[in-house]
Design a protein around this ligand. Structure first.
Ligand code: DGL
Length: 269
């Protein structure tokens, strides 16, 4: 197999990262892709940094064995807990792209002097990674973050675009921490599903920034710059999970917007 034909590896704590995989497939339809969802260990949002690091290393090993040419960490919680470690772990062999840095670049380019809101899991918000990286690059951008842990189970249980989701979203977004923001970062794989509801809360007057699209663009730039773009009309997508249930498969459809068949793949040999 040529280097270009080797798959893009994408991983997440579960199936929410399929929002990122979908954005990648839309932008780069001629690429082979292997998606790994660590359904045996989700949610990552409530886990310790050490646990997420251990899982992420194991997943990277699986993706390296499958000869992935690049690894995308689709999960915000894993990007905040394990990116640096994974970079060291794989060394120069394979580029690791996380879901946070492309968003930091976008905010730095477009929102100088602004007050930016961020919502995500407890792990992502407590890590302070967005605040740290943005303030390292731009002293004049303020980041106000709020953990919104109820949103992941809410979405997975099918509560979106209804009265319950409107109320939960409104409750979170009316938190004093998020007042007078000028843009909002969706710092979690699941939130693209409720992006329209969040925009509606702000009467479509506030930019709502979706990291699934920005990471797909960053990936395309990397492949282009390194002459790694593939051109296969029959590109294949494989979806591996560390634990299989029918309900995961049903939820996968919601995130990928079409039926996917999940294949069980053990994380620990
Ligand atoms: N994928 C996670 C993230 O983006 C959300 C789900 C979880 O907590 O595992 O942070």
């Amino acid at each position: 197999m040529t280097l270009r034909a080797q798959p893009i590896g994408v991983f997440d704590s579960g199936i929410g990262g399929l929002t990122v995989a979908r954005a990648i497939v839309r932008l780069l339809p001629l690429e082979n892709m292997i998606y790994f969802g660590d359904t045996a260990h989700l949610p990552y949002g409530d886990k310790s940094e050490a646990a997420i690091q251990a899982y992420s290393v194991k997943i990277a090993e699986v993706l390296l064995r499958k000869k992935c040419k690049v690894i995308v960490i689709a999960c915000n919680s894993a990007s905040s807990a394990a990116y640096e470690l994974l970079r060291e772990y794989v060394g120069k062999n394979v580029r690791i792209i996380n879901v946070i840095d492309p968003m930091i670049d976008l905010v730095s380019r477009k929102f100088q002097g602004s007050r930016i809101g961020l919502i995500g899991t407890k792990r992502t918000v407590q890590s302070g990674v967005y605040v740290r990286k943005i303030s390292e690059l731009n002293k004049n951008i303020t980041v106000q973050s709020l953990a919104t842990p109820l949103l992941v189970p809410m979405i997975e249980e099918g509560f979106f675009n209804n009265q319950i989701s409107h109320e939960i979203i409104a409750q979170y977004l009316s938190d004093p921490v998020l007042q007078s923001i000028e843009a909002l970062i969706l710092g979690c794989t699941h939130y693209p599903i409720i992006k329209a509801e969040i925009e509606a809360y702000y009467r479509n007057q506030l930019p709502v920034l979706d990291s699934s699209e920005t990471v797909a663009l960053a990936l395309r730039d990397y492949l282009q710059e390194n002459d790694l773009l593939n051109n296969d009309e029959n590109a294949k997508h494989h979806f591996l999970v560390s634990d299989y249930t029918e309900s995961f498969e049903a939820t996968a459809r919601l995130f990928f917007q079409k039926t996917v068949s999940l294949e069980k793949h053990p994380l620990w040999d």
